[in-house]
Design a protein around this ligand. Sequence first.
Ligand code: 8YV
Length: 331
Amino acid sequence: MKKILVARAVFPDVIDRLGRYFDVESNQADHIFTSAELGAKLADKDGAFVAGERIDASILAAAPRLRVVSNMAVGYNNFDIDAFNRAGVLGTNTPDVLNETTADMGWALMMAAARRMSESERWLRTGAWDRWAYDMLTGVDIHGSTLGVIGMGRIGQAVARRAKGFGMRVVYHNRSRVAPEIERELNAEYLDKTALLKTADHIVLVLPYTAQSHHTIGAAELALMKPTATLTNIARGGIIDDAALVVALRERRIAAAGLDVFEGEPKLNPGFLELPSVVLTPHIGSATEGTRRAMANLAADNLIAALGEGPQAGQPPSPINPDVMARWVSA
Ligand code: 8YV
């Protein structure tokens, strides 16, 4: 029986399912492994189930039997894919099943930032509310405004699709334009980054983290935004220069921000904690019971199939670097 490591705590029934095919070492105590511990755990494993753990050349070198690492996440910037390719290891992820849930979260954060929801609730809880006032906690409108989506992949499109009911104009920026029929369906207009930053009232970041997308939004970009605009990040820490955003919010260069992801999370820039105009959530974009179950099961499907078991044996549903599999067959 092949051996796998499930590196993080996950739904017990998913562990049971994996146990039908493999000798499973689980981690239901959810101990956070150091890189060295993870390498040692993988020394005799054929597969691994991870959720955002960094897998690089040093870990792969410590794991000579390893064939597949299945990420319970759509983003896979935690994988050094070049190292995977060199080692002949398949990486898999969990696309699509979280699109709608994550898009909902983008809207929740954007609306909470625009309408000052967190700030309002914090204030109410202090007991300070004793009257109505014409200018009490006034925010900025969502309806009728311009939504700017940076990163028009599957989740970006789901964010944009929701704008119709709010009567919004949709502008987007992406590495390349999406197909004309998608632009038409979403009523979305392509703009270069500068034009988008100047035009949008509410910007939502939905792009993958790569060396190229590092600090897509820094001081220069924040300076282009409208002082009434909001900025929401449901993508990855590092896409925004958080230190620059703290300054921009402190100096009221933009109205508000909604952040689910942070540079260096689970730590975050302490400046955010002092600012009323930022809504902060702990990377919960995909966190609904149904979606997390779908992600866990898809991650399990990938692992089972990649290791030649189950109904999809040899055909994992969402491989990242499928070319390595040809090397297994011919090896
Ligand atoms: C994951 C995410 O829950 O899928 C992603 O890329 O950011 C989240 O949905 C998180 O990365 C843990 O794996």
